[in-house]
Design a protein around this ligand. Structure first.
Ligand code: DQA
Length: 145
């Protein structure tokens, strides 16, 4: 089973960015923990980050036939991107929406996720653990296919 982890804008700054909201781990730290758990679950993962909406769209499109699931932290594009939503709907690869912070407990503009209706589910608010929960969810989604 192959799972693609995609991370959107500003997540390259994790560790230095608003640690009170996003924690002190860098994205590389989170990737290492996801890799460790993926080995235990027998899953292969690929981990990418981009600040560019179009690059994220291209990666989602290319996932068709190559990955069994996508875990997507679209960051700010969660709240703005019809293009990401359309890409997820178009490729049909089960996608799990993930956030470090609880987007529903923050500013009003973060309460709306444009991608949620086309994702299998949303995991939000558990810090880096959100990524591990999303990994488990991806494995479950594939095992119950
Ligand atoms: C985020 C939440 C978004 O609202 C925000 O724009 C981010 C990170 C999270 O992981 O908590 O950049 O996706």
């Amino acid at each position: 089973m192959k799972i693609l982890f995609l991370n959107g804008p500003n997540l390259n700054l994790l560790g230095q960015r608003q640690a009170e909201i996003y924690g002190r781990d860098t994205l590389a730290d989170i990737e290492a923990q996801v890799r460790h758990r993926a080995v235990q679950l027998g899953a292969e993962i690929e981990f990418r980050q981009s600040n560019l909406e179009g690059e994220l769209v291209a990666w989602i499109q290319q996932a068709k036939g190559r990955f069994d699931a996508i875990v997507l932290n679209a960051a700010a594009y969660t709240h703005t991107s019809i293009a990401l939503r359309d890409a997820i709907a178009a490729v049909g690869v089960p996608t799990i929406e993930v956030h470090l912070s609880n987007i529903h407990a923050r500013e009003d503009f973060r309460h709306k996720s444009l991608i949620a209706p086309v994702c299998r589910g949303q995991i939000t608010g558990f810090g880096k653990k959100s990524y591990l929960l999303a990994l488990e969810a991806s494995v479950d989604v594939n095992e119950s296919k």
